[in-house]
Ligand binder design. Structure first.
Ligand SMILES: *[C@@H]1O[C@H](CO)[C@@H](O)[C@H](O)[C@H]1NC(C)=O
Ligand SMILES: *[C@@H]1O[C@H](CO)[C@@H](O)[C@H](O)[C@H]1NC(C)=O
Ligand SMILES: *[C@@H]1O[C@H](CO)[C@@H](O)[C@H](O)[C@H]1NC(C)=O
Ligand SMILES: *[C@@H]1O[C@H](CO)[C@@H](O)[C@H](O)[C@H]1NC(C)=O
Ligand SMILES: *[C@@H]1O[C@H](CO)[C@@H](O)[C@H](O)[C@H]1NC(C)=O
Ligand SMILES: *[C@@H]1O[C@H](CO)[C@@H](O)[C@H](O)[C@H]1NC(C)=O
Ligand SMILES: *[C@@H]1O[C@H](CO)[C@@H](O)[C@H](O)[C@H]1NC(C)=O
Ligand SMILES: *[C@@H]1O[C@H](CO)[C@@H](O)[C@H](O)[C@H]1NC(C)=O
Ligand SMILES: *[C@@H]1O[C@H](CO)[C@@H](O)[C@H](O)[C@H]1NC(C)=O
Ligand SMILES: *[C@@H]1O[C@H](CO)[C@@H](O)[C@H](O)[C@H]1NC(C)=O
Length: 877
């Protein structure tokens, strides 16, 4: 038996690549970083025709070194320099990428005795907050290569080297290559490369770019029981295969010397829990005579996996696992000649990956973005690299974070005392919404104490001592100090008034003096000019049509966030002229604030809890911002007149778009995007808000669409202001739509986030099937009963909305059904979290987009046919 063992990694060892230059291809999806190259330098490595750039823009720390000259001769230029990290435990690169893209990420490490000491280190490599692998240098001449196929969820990625006490970490090169979305698909996790081999290679060369469009590195592999077959012709000249292995790799194949013997190879797993994915690439390289045939079966540990397979002439067929192989110590693959085949089996190329589950969450994105901006505003050096909060042992100095379950950590404390800060207090601090303690004492901060500090809802400690701040402390902060909810210190500032009796604003004092001296006219002119300027600005904004202007309008609105009088509402809505809709909480009218459209919801006043409660809840909701939540602009509370003012959503609610009467059918891609938007809105309410907000009334009429069909949740948090006991709940709020209510709620009377997940599952089923939640027929079938019965019959095709006319990737629909059925599990514990739902829906979207982009030209086959019966059982309710 030929040996493919994990020890083949030794053979990643001496990689002296002498590759020929093929015509250069597009590198726009490549990021190729030469670590340790002097700042601003670039060059083209001629042997592979790849352009490398210096790493200086991606990292603040480490020192640039060169490998010893005797190692350079056999190596490509990108490893001639290294960046080494004698200082600090964790050093991180921050690299901008495109989130949602599937990347091949490669780290290269060639020690090359760069330190002249010959001490070979061992250290850890992290991707963001998660351990990726350990780098152990066994020989200064070896190229150690770590590769990962990974879909980042943020627009940047951190690659970190961690000193584990076994020598100084260093790195030679970092490379990113974008892959096709629907290649290398996993059920979960990312793929770490174990082996990528070019079987039957007639040369001793390894191949990468420009032979391989994705710059995968193919190492030649031979086995003494195999012989080589090859063709001089190009394989896949039409590039139909999603994986597109290099033609030069596919044009050679291995075949057994003993024609009746199977081709066998194996590897051993250190840990039987490791999950593996295998990708085998086949192409016929021999022009067969009419009386010849080649077909074969493939087994794993003696178990039939696929066959008979007949490779196509000069065209790649890729076999891949659709679910991971696991549970074994030894994985033995055999490729057998089928009964009526006249020729023995072949194998052109193979890839083996293990699954890495990256579970440690990164810091909340808004917090992370804010603290990085603060870092750059004040030019803070320190150890501020990589993720601010995670893993916990590398928490940035001066920060404290909260770590609750699997939620993204949040920054709760920022201490920048005695840090030499200059300039004003950074407005980015206002985005650290969970901040409890802020210490900026003993710096040289100037300007006033900004109002936004009083909007931080959880702030308990604020220390601004020993700065050069001027003006007066906002009255809200003083009130909070006086009622004991805030510890506020403002001693030793230049000219800062910290008591209630300060003059409010110096500028207010100045203007009347000027006015009285120069006369009223000038002031009047100034005011008129200011108004005109304001109007012109607004008109210009309204005239723009792109989304950016929409954002701008929103931010004008947001800055207006306020309490309206009833008469202002009359003006805004032109005496409640145009009704947009009616809902459980009241009637919605169309209106304008300046030139921006708004929706005004006038509330039926039966059950509001009273002004205090209304006021504080609404103020809380006005602080909840997310692109998938309708923005609350303001409110009105005057006697029995209660109103809420929202941004206007031009395309109405989702129910109308799904109903039969709608002329234009939403495509599958539209539907997935809407579902993902709504899921993100809910995820934010559940995970991004403290305390979490349970929506309690998720349904298609509460999902609104703007002019770009972007979906936003409406009415979140309202049921908190309008407490609803069992009876009124059914009669006033869910009347007509009881199908959304979590069945477990009936038993426990306890509404949780998982109740929203249930309702979301129902919405998703409506999106998939295009059917109403409860059929308007005698049987009054619930949409989940309909789907369950179709699943039980194995009739998957008829689940999707017939109006889609089959225009979708069936795997994508199938996966969406699976997600929805998980959400509507009768027990809350079995339902996924909204975060999981978001991740899963994005995968569905990736699958669908890949189809839409490439038509159905894919040539890959699935290695294991999905066993529908076993897949279905856990879903049936
Ligand atoms: C690199 O370029 C930037 C901007 O062009 C410049 O500010 C910087 O000084 C350069 N660095 C070196 C080391 O040349
Ligand atoms: C990465 O993106 C951020 C935000 O878009 C930007 O501020 C930063 O300059 C970018 N970094 C590099 C190295 O391009
Ligand atoms: C490192 O590898 C080279 C080439 O394979 C070999 O000649 C040398 O002896 C090795 N060095 C050590 C310390 O093993
Ligand atoms: C490949 O390498 C082996 C041993 O390293 C050598 O015997 C063989 O001649 C080489 N083949 C070619 C085509 O260079
Ligand atoms: C060829 O393989 C077959 C099946 O494995 C075996 O029975 C036969 O002995 C082998 N022949 C030789 C010459 O090894
Ligand atoms: C196939 O046909 C060729 C002539 O075209 C002949 O030489 C060969 O023996 C045949 N092979 C088989 C297996 O029948
Ligand atoms: C190959 O698989 C087919 C289909 O399952 C089966 O009928 C056949 O017996 C298998 N042949 C061998 C040699 O295992
Ligand atoms: C024989 O092989 C061909 C492919 O070459 C296949 O299509 C056919 O089904 C096979 N016949 C049997 C009886 O296995
Ligand atoms: C901030 O750090 C300084 C010294 O590093 C310490 O004296 C001070 O107590 C800290 N502030 C808070 C609020 O913990
Ligand atoms: C204030 O900061 C300076 C350095 O910026 C430091 O030398 C001094 O000890 C600090 N004073 C206090 C009271 O922390």
């Amino acid at each position: 038996m030929g040996g493919f063992q994990t020890s083949i990694f030794a053979f990643l060892g001496v990689l002296s690549l002498t590759l020929l230059l093929v015509h250069a291809q597009d590198q726009s999806d490549f990021i190729s970083i030469d670590c340790g190259l002097p700042a601003n330098s670039t060059y083209k490595e001629e042997t592979i025709s790849i352009d490398y750039i210096s790493d200086a823009n991606y990292i603040d720390t480490g020192i640039s070194r060169s490998i010893a000259s005797e190692f350079k001769g056999t190596q490509q230029q990108q490893v001639w320099n290294v960046r080494s990290f004698p200082q600090g435990v964790r050093n991180c690169y921050t690299i901008n990428i495109t989130r949602g893209t599937k990347y091949l990420i490669r780290g290269t490490f060639v020690h090359g005795n760069y330190d002249g000491e010959g001490d070979l280190p061992e250290f850890d490599l992290y991707l963001g907050t998660n351990m990726w692998d350990t780098v152990k240098v066994a020989n200064a001449s070896y190229s150690i290569i770590k590769e990962l196929i990974h879909v980042p969820s943020r627009n940047y990625i951190h690659v970190c080297l961690v000193n584990t006490g076994l020598g100084t970490p260093f790195i030679s090169a970092i490379e990113f290559r974008a892959l096709k979305k629907n290649s290398y698909v996993t059920k979960s996790g990312s793929l770490a490369l174990l082996l990528r081999a070019d079987a039957g290679s007639t040369s001793n060369q390894s191949y990468r770019y420009a032979y391989d469009v994705y710059d995968r590195l193919w190492l030649h592999y031979n086995n003494n029981k195999w012989k080589d077959l090859s063709t001089g012709l190009t394989i896949d000249s039409q590039s139909q295969n999603d994986y597109q292995p290099a033609s030069v790799v596919m044009s050679t194949a291995a075949t057994p010397i003993n024609e009746s013997a199977p081709m066998e190879f194996y590897w051993e797993a250190d840990d039987p829990n490791t999950q593996f994915y295998i990708f085998m690439h086949f192409a016929e390289v021999v022009k067969l005579e009419p009386n010849q045939s080649r077909s074969f079966n493939i087994t794993l540990n003696g178990k039939y996996m696929y066959g008979p397979l007949v490779p196509d002439y000069l065209s790649t067929t890729t076999l891949y696992s659709t679910s991971p192989e696991t549970g074994g110590q030894k994985y033995v693959f055999s490729i057998f000649k089928a009964e009526n085949s006249t020729l023995p089996p072949i194998l052109n190329a193979i890839e083996i990956y293990s699954v890495k589950d990256f579970l440690q969450p990164e810091t909340d994105q808004a917090d992370g973005d804010a603290i990085r901006k603060i870092k750059s505003t004040y030019g803070i050096k320190r150890d501020w690299q990589g993720d601010p909060c995670a893993p916990k042992q590398y928490l940035w100095k001066g920060l404290d974070c909260s770590y609750v379950g699997d939620n993204a950590p949040r920054i709760t404390s920022l201490n920048l005392s005695s840090s030499g800060l200059t300039g004003e207090i950074s407005a980015d601090i206002s985005n650290l919404l969970m901040l409890q303690s802020l210490d900026l004492s003993n710096n040289s901060l100037t300007g006033s104490v900004p109002d936004f500090l009083s909007t931080l809802p959880n702030l308990r400690v604020l220390n601004l001592e020993q700065n050069k701040l001027t003006g007066s402390v906002p009255i809200e902060l003083i009130e909070r100090r006086d009622n004991g909810s805030l510890s506020l210190s403002v001693r030793e500032n230049s000219d800062l008034c910290g008591s209630r009796s300060c003059k409010k604003n110096k500028n207010n004092v100045v203007i009347p003096i000027v006015a009285s001296v120069i006369g009223g006219l000038l002031v009047l002119t100034l005011i008129v000019m200011a108004i005109c300027w304001g109007i012109r600005r607004r008109t210009k904004q309204a005239a723009m049509v792109d989304t950016e202007s929409h954002m701008q309008n929103l931010s004008t609105l947001e800055s207006l966030q306020r309490q309206f009088t009833y008469s202002e509402l009359l003006g805004i809505t032109n005496n409640f002229e145009r009704i947009l809709g009616k809902g459980g909480f009241g009637t919605v009218y169309h209106g304008y604030i300046d030139n921006t459209q708004v929706a005004v919801k006038m509330l039926s006043h039966s059950s509001v809890q009273g002004y205090q409660q209304f006021h504080s809840e609404v103020r809380l909701l006005m602080r909840v911002h997310h692109r998938n939540l309708t923005t609350l602009v303001g409110y009105c509370y005057e006697g029995t007149n209660m109103g809420l003012v929202y941004e206007y959503m031009a395309n109405g609610d989702l129910e109308a778009h799904l109903s039969d009467g709608n002329a234009k059918t939403l495509t599958w891609e539209d539907r997935l995007r809407i579902a993902t938007d709504a899921a993100q809105g809910l995820e934010y309410l559940h995970c991004g808000c403290k305390p979490p907000i349970v929506h309690r009334d998720v349904k298609t009429t509460n999902i609104l669409l703007n002019e770009n069909l972007q979906a936003k949740l409406a009415d979140f948090g309202l049921s908190k202001i309008f407490p609803i006991d069992g009876g009124t709940h059914v009669s006033t709020v869910v009347a007509g739509t009881p199908g959304y209510l979590d069945p477990e709620y009936y038993i426990t009377n306890w509404l949780t986030e998982k109740s929203d997940v249930y309702s979301f599952g129902v919405v998703l089923l409506e999106i998939i099937t295009g059917r109403p939640v409860i059929e308007r027929s005698e049987e009054r079938t619930h949409v989940s009963q309909f789907v369950s019965s179709m699943l039980a019959r194995g009739d998957i095709k008829n689940i999707a909305d017939p109006r889609l006319h089959g225009n979708f990737n069936s795997n994508s629909v199938w996966r969406a059904v699976e997600i929805a059925m998980g959400c509507v599990s009768s027990t809350a514990a079995k339902r996924p979290t909204m975060s999981q739902v978001v991740v899963d829906l994005k995968e569905c979207m990736a699958t669908e987009l890949a189809r839409a982009n490439e038509g159905d030209s894919r040539k890959s086959m699935e290695m294991i046919n999905m066993d529908l019966a076993t897949e279905l059982n856990p879903l049936a309710r």
